[in-house]
Design a protein. Structure first.
Length: 149
């Protein structure tokens, strides 16, 4: 199923802080320029970890919205599951950059599993998993630079 252009372009644009953070970790010159021009919180792991926390919370809201399409026990399960990414970020991000990046990676992998569940329940658009797999792979790759390099 084809991803609508707006969703694809906005999803890809949402990767910029993750990719930028990874680039500034592997390029000292870029990191220095970014710190001078944008401020130190907008380079390296700082931008990735703060933005990743925000995105997990945002995606909790997306899943909550999907849950409104159903009723009864399935709605209750959907609402309950939808808060997990935000709570995960709240409790698991905030220590050092390596452990926080690894925890964010686990959070985004878990989010992908929740995306799949909501998609299988017919609550997400047919193209949803095509978008979510692409974006998650790029997020995990970017965060791996912080976690493992």
């Amino acid at each position: 199923m084809t991803i609508p252009r707006a969703a694809l372009y906005l999803g890809l644009a949402g990767l910029i802080p993750f990719l930028w953070g990874a680039l500034t970790l592997v390029s000292t010159d870029l990191a220095q320029w970014g710190a001078r021009s944008l401020g130190p919180r907008f380079v390296g792991p700082y931008v990735q970890l703060s933005y990743g926390t925000i995105i997990l919370a945002f995606m909790s809201g997306v899943l909550w919205g999907f849950s409104t399409k159903t009723t009864g026990a399935q709605a209750a399960a959907g609402y309950g599951l939808s808060v997990i990414p935000a709570l995960w970020a709240f409790f698991m991000v905030g220590s050092g950059p390596v452990s926080s990046a690894i925890n964010l990676m686990a959070g985004f992998a878990g989010l992908l599993a929740l995306d799949f569940m909501f998609w299988r329940w017919g609550l997400a658009p047919k193209w949803w998993m095509n978008l979510r797999v692409l974006l998650t792979a790029l997020v995990l790759t970017s965060l791996a630079v912080t976690a493992f390099l």
